[in-house]
Design a protein around this ligand. Structure first.
Ligand code: SAH
Length: 212
């Protein structure tokens, strides 16, 4: 997602108390950011942040970190946080490839990937967030009993994501090719901005939950 350039978005983010500006300095001690020992759940490629905000409001005993690479997009989430402050949600502007510099070994209990960029060309496969290269990074930062949850409306990306699991040593706990008609997996589902848009166009939503 890229939004029209918003003048001063970097400066506005730099001045926000909801953004962790030097995330690598928190590696292994994110509990200090939140002032408690609650589990940490992250979304990589958060977009405008609605999913993270709804989860954080519903689960005050979980700490959330929303990660987004573009400041113009992150700014939308920052603006929403100004309107509805949540003490258990912080935002980070960073490239997901650097995730292991920002979280310590096993520091994260759950990783959410929602409507990740498909990178359709084969030579870009390693940039896809559910690729084996990224799974290796998640393996480092995720707790031993941690889970990754991935949602998309892109069938090719979902098939790719499933193929990546076994070679990287991951197993599926739950899989659906039509989340919105899967009573069990739909329970407690929080719609993301993209999910609302694509499901209203009639696209089925694919989802897996994985562990290792
Ligand atoms: N999760 C949101 C947005 C999906 S669009 C939703 O479901 O509505 C994908 C988002 O991931 C975009 O905002 C894009 O900028 C971000 N993104 C893609 N690749 C990324 C990366 N490597 N690191 C950080 N953010 C990334």
């Amino acid at each position: 997602m890229r939004l029209r350039n918003v003048t001063g978005s970097r400066e506005m983010i730099a001045g926000s108390r909801f953004v962790v500006h030097e995330p690598a300095a928190q590696k292994g001690k994110w509990c200090e950011v939140f002032g408690n020992d609650c589990p940490i759940h992250i979304e990589i490629g958060m977009g405008k942040g609605r999913f993270m905000m709804e989860l954080a409001a519903a689960n005050p005993r979980i700490n959330y970190v929303g990660i987004e690479k573009y400041s113009t997009v992150l700014l939308r989430a920052v603006q929403k946080m100004e309107a509805q402050e949540l003490c258990n949600l912080r935002l980070v502007r960073m490239e997901a490839e650097e995730i292991c510099e920002v979280f310590g070994r096993g520091e994260v209990e759950r990783i959410y990937l929602n409507f990740s960029d498909p990178w359709p060309k084969d030579r870009h496969a390693k940039r896809r967030l559910p690729s084996r290269q990224f799974l290796a990074r998640y393996d480092e930062i995720l707790a031993p009993d941690g889970r990754i949850e991935f949602k998309t409306d892109n069938a090719d990306l979902f098939d790719f994501a499933l193929e990546e699991l076994a070679p990287a040593g991951w197993k599926t706990e739950a899989v659906t090719r039509d989340l919105h008609h899967d009573g069990k997996m739909l329970a407690g589902n929080i719609m993301t901005e993209y999910e609302e848009k694509f499901s209203s166009m009639g696209n089925p939503i694919y989802k897996y939950v994985i562990y290792r």
